[in-house]
Design a protein. Structure first.
Length: 290
């Protein structure tokens, strides 16, 4: 049996076909351009395979309420051309299989959750943040996504400003200095005038980043009490997360019993940015079995 995965990012799409054991049998990626051009490539790819179901994990905001006339749409995204795009409807015109529809971070969260289960870890709840071109978060409790009226927008919470970062206004087009406006990848260029991959890991800007990311970890720890928080995306790395653990410990001041921060704050267990693909395979199979 084959199922399909679409990881729809603001920069690129990753399409894959896998089996019931979540093994990738074929995959392709291409740049995100206009909706028609990009979605036509998705359709052309999957028409070559006899998949039984498809799961799409998309950048957002998206509409997830099934009783909404806009279900399956990308809604108020700042991504040029994509606002108010009927993503699922367009795909279903040609790909006549059941489709699961969720956010890119939910897909990644589910992949990490399934991987932990396969490794026999006792993980009942998990939060996944992506720190990349944008910042988003997805949460799972007992196998179910958090969010009914809509999906979480964890990247747009406000955080306390770092005392050495007060002059930076933030880059979020909606909120300026929300979490996304302060720690997403493009903030490196705004602060130090170079892309993140060229910023030395001993640059003080990483301390500023860690301060904000730790506040996000503190907020979600206090609100949801998850078993694990995973940070993925191009901004996340071992050095940053070690700084985040130290900042989180200081911020919490022993208020919560988080004894093993190495296992609590982690990078993705699934390598090569494969969390959403595995998550999509699992969600497609779950849809078929529901």
């Amino acid at each position: 049996m084959l199922v399909g995965s679409v990881e729809a990012g603001g920069t690129k799409f990753v399409c894959a076909v896998g089996d019931e054991n979540y093994r990738v049998k074929n995959s392709i990626n291409f740049l995100t351009t206009t909706p028609k051009e990009t979605l036509d490539k998705v359709i052309k790819y999957f028409e070559k395979f006899e998949i039984k179901a498809l799961s799409i994990a998309s950048f957002g905001p998206i509409e997830i309420k099934k009783n909404s006339s806009k279900y399956g749409y990308v809604t108020s995204t700042p991504k040029p051309y994509w606002a108010n795009t009927d993503f699922v409807g367009y795909i279903q015109q040609k790909i006549k299989v059941p489709i699961f529809w969720t956010t890119d971070v939910n897909g990644s969260a589910y992949g990490e959750y399934v991987m932990a289960t396969l490794a026999n870890e006792k993980i009942n709840s998990l939060v996944y943040y992506t720190l990349g071109t944008g910042v988003g978060g997805g949460a799972i409790i007992n196998g179910n996504f958090v969010g009914n009226a809509g999906h979480p927008e964890m990247g747009h919470v406000f955080v306390k400003r770092h005392p050495k970062d007060l002059d930076f206004k933030g880059i979020c087009p909606f909120h300026k200095d929300c979490l996304e406006g302060l720690v997403s990848g493009p903030t490196f260029e705004a602060r130090v005038h170079k892309k993140g991959e060229y910023v030395s890991l001993d640059d003080p800007v990483w301390d500023i980043m860690a301060y904000y990311v730790a506040q996000a970890a503190m907020q979600v720890s206090l609100i949801l009490r998850p078993d694990r928080i995973v940070f993925g995306g191009s901004v996340a790395n071992k050095v940053l997360l070690q700084k985040v653990r130290l900042e989180l410990k200081a911020l919490l001041n022993d208020y919560l019993p988080l004894s093993n921060l190495e296992n609590y704050i982690t990078l993705p267990a699934i390598k090569n940015n494969g969390s959403a693909t595995l998550g999509n395979f699992a969600l497609a199979i779950k849809l078929l079995n529901s």
